[in-house]
Design a protein around this ligand. Structure first.
Ligand code: CP3
Length: 351
């Protein structure tokens, strides 16, 4: 491995500069992504073609001095493999043809056969590892059980999550049955990505933050804890770290840090100074620049990068990232300003 900053940071080892990568670093803001996507015809056409998925995974690395690659795929591949029929209507976001609504729908669900139904993902992981040739480590990922269940029950995105919250409140046993089978699937899926060559694993709990504290603990946190406890990922030097990202997870940092995960991804609603204090060195922290900062002028971006670095302070254990994903209308030049600023401005914190 030529660039070990990202993995060393999560292991708490000293580094020369803070590593940086960006959620949704491969995507529509890059003209070369739009060209490959046009060739594939559709988002799923791109995601299910290992050669093209590999191509777009590497695109941001050719432009920027990033310290990690993230598999190009989507969290909704797992429910798709469970038979829900995923599509992305142009400009509308994800849709499931067969959402999960009734006890009978839930009873029918089973852990998908990863080796056949999601072979395109593990093939992409192996191919990307080969093409990366040790340049930077490769991150694999999954949605969290709660976040996947949100899309499965709602049938797509939602403003208020009325269907899934009703299910959780009216039929908690059914809700848990659904979350159990999704959790088993997530664990099998992440283990398969690790076996195929993923060097770190990340779980996106995008919608945990829409829950009240007691329902968050019952329907989201409990299953994140199960993943952290049960996902096989090796010890010591052979460890494949697990990072739990959650939008709106600030109230739960102590509990998440005690889960056994190696890293926590946090959004911009909490300072890294506070997150570091409350997690007491148990986990590495990843984040947390407000993504909207990328619309600001270059000098402002540098100043905000400096502020995030100062908030974390001295020493290893911080992976720089945004607090959530990039948007299609962001300026590619601004991403270069951000990435270079992280490396340049972080050196004094590692001296
Ligand atoms: O970070 C990366 O570069 C890796 C790729 C990645 C994608 N989706 C590519 C993608 C990752 C890690 C995801 C995760 C994902 N997908 C999440 C969790 C992270 C988060 O952002 O909170 C969620 C909630 C989804 C579900 C999903 N997939 C949505 C809401 C959308 C957007 C639909 C739209 O049209 O804006 C997608 C599609 C998607 N996934 C795109 C990309 C680049 C855009 C599709 C396109 O190219 O047309």
């Amino acid at each position: 491995m030529k660039n070990t900053r990202f993995l060393d940071t999560i292991a708490g080892k000293p580094v020369d500069a803070t590593p940086v990568w960006l959620m949704r670093q491969a995507g529509r803001y890059l003209p070369e992504y739009r060209a490959t996507r046009a060739k594939a015809g559709s988002f799923m056409g791109l995601a299910t073609n290992p050669e093209l998925a590999c191509e777009v995974t590497l695109q941001p690395l050719d432009r920027y001095d990033l310290d990690a690659a993230i598999l190009f795929s989507d969290i909704l591949t797992v429910p798709d493999a469970m038979g829900l029929g995923l599509s992305f209507a142009e400009g509308e976001g994800p849709r499931f043809a067969r959402p999960v609504r009734t006890a009978a729908d839930i009873a029918k669900l089973a852990v998908p056969d990863i080796g056949s139904e999601l072979r395109y993902v593990t093939d992409a992981v192996s191919l990307i590892r080969r093409e990366l040739d040790g340049r930077v480590p490769l991150i694999g990922f999954s949605g969290s059980p709660w976040t996947l269940a949100c899309y499965m029950v709602e049938g797509g995105g939602s403003d208020n999550f009325a269907r899934i919250k009703s299910l959780a409140l009216n039929e908690p046993k059914l809700m848990h049955r659904l979350l159990e089978v999704v959790t088993d699937s997530v664990i099998a899926y992440l283990a398969a990505q690790r076996a195929a060559g993923a060097q770190a694993l990340m779980v996106f709990d995008t919608w945990g933050g829409v829950l009240a504290p007691h329902t968050y603990r019952e329907f989201s946190l409990r299953y994140l804890q199960r993943i952290a406890a049960e996902l096989p990922r090796g010890d010591g030097e052979a460890n494949t770290p697990l990072i739990l990202f959650g939008k709106g997870n600030a109230p739960y940092l102590e509990e998440l840090a005690a889960s056994g995960a190696e890293g926590l991804g946090v959004d911009w609603l909490v300072s890294l100074e506070e997150a570091r204090r409350r997690t007491g060195g148990k986990v590495a922290l990843q984040g947390n620049l407000d993504p909207v900062t990328l619309y600001a002028e270059p000098d402002t971006i540098r100043a905000e990068v400096a502020r995030v670095l100062a908030s974390y302070g001295h020493g290893s254990g911080h992976v720089f990232n945004l607090g959530h994903g990039m948007s299609p209308d962001m300026n590619p030049e601004h991403v270069k300003v951000l990435v270079d600023a992280v490396h340049e401005l972080s050196r004094p914190y590692h001296a």
